[in-house]
Design a protein around this ligand. Structure first.
Ligand code: SF4
Ligand code: SF4
Length: 248
């Protein structure tokens, strides 16, 4: 996979993220090894992709990292997905509806190869995709599984999760591996502050799309939040719940 040239000013940020991803791979690998030795089980495996239909929150730094690795065709698919995310955000009357429609109507990330269940941008995937591991069968990550449980099944599953030391008691994902991913978020936050004087967070597909727009990125690089918002609006990629811009 060839890297698209990024602006020199962003290069230290890309390098910091690369190191943070490498750190995560190493630390999570050690953690999983110990976990398995102690009898734990991580249910994620190659070709398993039920989690690739969740909404994903990232930093613009990570979106830029992902975009810099994608082909024109992949970027085009990300743009189409971003437009669908925006449409969902504009019409959803609640977070629950937005979330549910993201999974059922918008569906899988366009970077997923739905035939093999593999990520076509594995080396460029964001932290959220790297730190999501399930302590239970992939069936529980599938859209509709938890929603379709009856009250008794749901209560039994909640009790089960609460007693599992690998989870945080609220979801079936492995909490220490998620917590370890916070380093990536902190590196991104600090890099954005230092490089742009701005922090931008939001939807993975919308930010990846915005990160390829020269006018938007020039405004970001100038630390000009107002101009960045204006350009995002012009592109139809602005919604307060989808993109958040903060100054230092
Ligand atoms: S989080 Fe769930 S769907 Fe995703 S790889 Fe792991 S088990 Fe599979
Ligand atoms: S970037 Fe890859 S791992 Fe992440 S949601 Fe998309 S296909 Fe799945």
């Amino acid at each position: 996979m060839s890297l698209r040239p990024s602006k020199n000013v962003d290069q230290p940020m890309i390098s910091s993220l690369t190191r943070a991803y490498e750190r995560y791979t190493k630390q999570s690998g050690h953690w999983i090894e110990r976990f398995v030795q102690q009898g734990g089980r991580v249910h994620c495996q190659a070709g398993c992709a039920n989690c690739c239909s969740f909404p994903i929150r990232v930093s613009l730094a990570e979106a830029l990292f992902t975009a810099s690795h994608l082909t024109d065709t992949q970027l085009q698919a990300m743009n189409v997905h971003a437009a669908r995310v925006m449409q969902n955000a504009r019409t959803a009357t609640s977070w629950d509806l937005y979330f549910q429609r993201h999974r059922t109507d918008i569906g899988f990330c366009p970077l997923l190869d739905q035939t093999t269940g593999s990520c076509t941008a594995y080396q460029a995937r964001p932290g959220r995709c790297r730190d999501t591991y399930s302590a239970y069968d992939a069936h529980y990550c599938k859209v509709g599984t938890l929603e379709q449980m009856n009250r008794q099944e749901s209560q039994a599953f909640q009790r089960e999760i609460k007693t599992n030391p690998a989870t945080d008691g609220t979801s079936h994902y492995i909490a220490p591996l998620e917590d370890m991913g916070e380093d990536i978020w902190q590196v991104a936050s600090q890099s954005m502050q230092e490089t742009w004087g701005l922090e931008i967070w939001g939807d993975f597909w919308v930010l990846t799309s915005l990160s390829t727009n020269e006018i938007f990125m020039n405004a970001v690089r100038a630390g000009n939040a107002k101009q960045a918002i204006k350009q995002a609006k012009k592109l139809g990629l602005w919604h307060i719940e989808i993109v958040q811009i903060g100054t230092a």
